[in-house]
Design a binder for this molecule. Sequence first.
Ligand SMILES: [Zn+2]
Length: 602
Amino acid sequence: MDNLAYKMQAMCISNRSRTSIHDKVRVCFYGRVSTQHEEQVNALSNQLQWYETILAEHPNWEKVNVYVDKGVTGTQAKKREGFMQMIKDAEKGDFDLICTREVSRFARNTVDSLQYTRQLREWGVEVFFYNDGIWSLEQDGELRLTIMSAMAQEESKHISERVRAGQRISREKGVLYGNGNILGYRLIKGKKSIDNTYEIIEEEAETVRMIYDLYLTGMGAKTIAGKMVEMKRKKADGTYNWEHLSVLRILNNKTYAGYISYNKSYTKNFLGHKRVTVRDVSQYEYVKGNFPAIVSEETWNRVQAIKSKKVVIVDGRKCSKPISKDKWCRHLVCECGSVYGKYKWRTNKNGEVSNGYQCRHQIRYRKRSFHEKQGLDGTGYCNVPAICEWKLDFMAKSILERLWKDQKSSVEELLQDIQDNYSEETGITDREYQIEKLKRESERLKNRMSNLVDMKLDDLIGSEEFEDKKCTIDERMLQIKNELAILSQDEEDNEPVEVEGEIKKIKEYLNGVCDLNQKQLSDELVDAVIARITPMENGAFKWYIQGEEYDTETSFDESKYVLYDRFTLNFEEAKKYRKAFGNFIRAVQWKDLIVEVYIRQD
Ligand SMILES: [Zn+2]
């Protein structure tokens, strides 16, 4: 690290901690090591040397303590003695800063992390996540969002992992799933699922190769689909119903290059009005399979390269389509059909840069008004006004607030889902239900027994009948007693999962994510909820909300959407919104924002 960068970093540290640059920052380190095997625990403590390196980088840090939790996977979570001690010491004010390696290793889960960082913040203790470069007391909202989104990602992983634990175990072993209904392959079931493999069906494999070859000649998916019909090539289902999507699916499937892709399952997104299904291609993992490839790896790679550069036609116009890193650029499509570019709108007095977005067609060919001012014919030029970033956030938040009037019920619904999944996972509710049921039956039997005795005493039944019935009841009572004993035994053995506690945490976490009071919405939230935004020349904005089926730019179909809500955001509302973040707007420059919300009608 050069000297300047070093000084900068030292300054940043002093700004972030409560002490001045001359004072020492009292720091403690927290590490969690886990392993599959007990005997590795000691060896792992050597790995804690990482903090020495960090200490050397920060000369004004004074090491106060090192807290470590060691344990075997799955059991260390409960104890966490080191962590709990550290929290106690933090409350006493033993140190100013906790340095830990990464968000995911800090607490049991990310909900936990969030709660503890908040608690620590109240005590004035900062947490520095070294690998993630996150300082928990950082004023910048961006950073908090970074933490949030890191957590969101982790959390969804956490939930899905529980839900799909069984699947995950199979994945780790490299099991092929499915009904084997994939064009070109036949699923051969092994003795165990791990031995499952694919065998090539030559006739179908030929179709797959054709599709890849035609695509490499520059032919589009739609044209290829037509060719397939023409050439009477069958699909996996035996039909000739080729569509451009079926071609794309084949071009997207790495199985054909001999790989198994994991994590393809859909993640349920709980934030939307309706549930949103998200397919995150970036989260696919590929593992070499135990079956032959149909196309070479080189072919596969070339096809992927072309796909990522491919020009798409939006409303009859060609747009270059590399997926933008900017969340708004990913969704903005001009009324004229062009995509959007981001630029620096202005620098505010406080040095904060605000961004603007403008139609790319305009950036390239200038606005219609420009041509007309020159006395030229403006026909064919776009005149949709540019938009600044905060207005997009403002509109999005207003839409979300309106859409989620029933947010609470949506969260409740999700929690029910999670709870159900937990029950499947742990059998907790099932066991409780069983116990309850047996107890009720036992009550009923006791009643019947007492009735039976009454009847006998009143001579309504004979001795033989009484003995017979009593015997049946006694037998069943004994059975119930044994079953209850087994069920409660299970409970002790299994250390019941604290479902209620977990659910409570998830709930708090969800409320945190659904909190719209942040300056900028997270990328994930925008991607999950918004399919497309179309600014119009008349000043209106069309917002298309993602439906159950996740829309991408290639699959977006405007005709499937209907107007759901239309509202105006006026100067007063905008002023109030801006003021919350310490910004001001002038009435002279203000134009009301007309927001039209479209939802998918399937
Ligand atoms: Zn335009």
